[in-house]
Ligand binder design. Structure first.
Ligand SMILES: *[C@@H]1O[C@H](CO)[C@@H](O)[C@H](O)[C@H]1NC(C)=O
Ligand SMILES: *[C@@H]1O[C@H](CO)[C@@H](O)[C@H](O)[C@H]1NC(C)=O
Length: 410
């Protein structure tokens, strides 16, 4: 084309191109930019059997260091303190095959020393989000607020269709929490719903200043594009408004471990009346540096949230919760059929209902101990329920979950 023809074509294009076209182009550019912020240059990439790409990126290149407060940060390669527990961490309970729980991508390779494994974010992942800004963030007010001693009425109004079955403690200063969580693959009715099992460390009020650190497993089609059960973390210092995100999807958590990828699939999973698998999660505050550390299983100290990210949690947590959460979007005017835990009620017990066992808190002298005065909370026990128990081997534990919609839950 000569220059003149090009100009005419350009002019015609500008005349006819609808505003939508340029908005789409702008969005496209935004998506590309955001992807390059999230996906740092890798020195090795591993294709997981579930379709994920795991990029091994240099520790010092991880997303945390985009944070202006972390520009000169010296990475802590070890916590200065590790609380000791009351129980041995089991990895598999009951029956057959040995070998611990791990992540599916390990079947196809490992990341070298000096790097961390990061689940690659794809264009599709971003396009499923309602906006690029909201990608990787929880929607407002999804925290379960159980009835407290101070305000004995549960706050059920602002739950946005989220339902919980949780155990909790409050009224003390907590410097960490631990639990061993049974791992399942609950069915999700709608892609905009999710089902998760986790622990929460909370500080501040349940207003706009809530600080939260969360970790566990989740099935979230919107976030990951499939129904796989994945390891996740979350943090916020302002009740899910401007700060925080899942996994490494924003600057905050500093990962040091080269074996476990946040947001990657967990393997193997428990099945009904058959083998049961669980994961241990410990989150604790380093008394010297003030950072909040996370450990997965016996062997993997994953990294830490620097103390400066938080306000209340820069001192201690005022409440700990353990349990399940689902989104009930009532898309067909009825209660969702999205399952919590195994999809079976607590009454069914071991091998059928999902459990959380050996729940412990870290006290002011930095020891793990059994929590005092455990409360339970669920919005609708006919949909998802919880049952506490205590014995020698499992310490304080509970069964929780349910099928969602059933003849008693419509
Ligand atoms: C980082 O260190 C440099 C040089 O010491 C200093 O000029 C800069 O202000 C520091 N930045 C932060 C965020 O502390
Ligand atoms: C996820 O599960 C739902 C049913 O629970 C199914 O309709 C959907 O196709 C699944 N999605 C993927 C990506 O496998």
């Amino acid at each position: 084309m000569d220059m003149k023809v090009k100009l005419v074509v350009w002019f015609l294009f500008m005349l006819t191109a609808p505003g939508l076209g340029s908005a789409a182009r702008r969005r496209n550019l935004e998506v590309k930019r955001h992807l390059s912020r999230l996906n740092k240059p890798s020195i090795k990439s591993i294709k997981s059997p579930d379709g994920d790409i795991i990029d091994c990126i240099r520790i010092s290149h991880q997303p945390a260091f985009d944070h202006p407060h972390l520009k000169n940060h010296t990475i802590q390669m070890m916590p200065s303190y590790h609380p000791e527990g009351l129980y041995r961490d089991g990895k598999r309970v009951g029956k057959k095959e040995s070998g611990g729980i791990t992540q599916l991508w390990h079947k196809n390779g490992r990341c070298p020393q000096g790097t961390i494994p990061v689940r690659r974010t794809r264009e599709d992942d971003l396009l499923r989000a309602s906006s690029i800004q909201s990608f990787g963030k929880k929607k407002h007010k999804t925290i379960p607020k159980p009835p407290s001693y101070a305000a004995p009425q549960p706050d059920l109004i602002n739950q946005n269709g989220h339902q919980h079955a949780i155990a909790y403690v409050e009224g003390d200063q907590y410097y960490g929490a631990k639990a061993t969580i049974n791992v399942w693959d609950p069915k999700i009715q709608q892609t905009n719903e999710f089902s998760l099992s986790q622990l929460w460390l909370l500080g501040g009020s349940f207003a706009s200043d809530l600080n939260s650190i969360e970790a566990g497993w989740q099935v979230s089609p919107d976030l990951y594009g499939d129904n796989n059960t994945r390891l996740f973390t979350y943090w916020t210092s302002d009740a899910y408004q401007a700060t925080g995100c899942y996994n490494l999807l924003c600057s905050g958590f500093i990962q040091i471990n080269n074996q476990i990828a946040m947001g990657a699939s967990i393997y193997p999973l428990s099945s009904y009346r058959s083998s049961q698998y669980d994961i241990s999660i410990l989150v604790w505050k380093d008394p010297k540096e003030g950072n909040w550390w996370m450990q997965f299983g016996n062997d993997y100290v994953l990294g830490y949230w620097p103390a400066f990210l938080f306000s209340y949690l820069s001192d201690s947590a005022s409440m700990i919760e353990w349990g399940g959460e689902v989104v009930n979007s009532e898309s067909d005017g009825q209660h969702t059929t999205t399952q919590m835990g195994s999809g079976h009620f607590p009454e069914e017990g071991f091998g059928k209902s999902s459990y959380v066992r050996n729940i412990q808190v870290v006290d002011e002298s930095n020891n793990l101990r059994a929590p005092k005065n455990i409360g339970t909370f669920t919005e609708q026990s006919s949909c998802y329920d919880i049952q506490l128990g205590r014995n020698g081997e499992w310490g304080d534990h509970f069964y929780y979950g349910g099928p969602g919609r059933n003849s008693n839950c419509q």
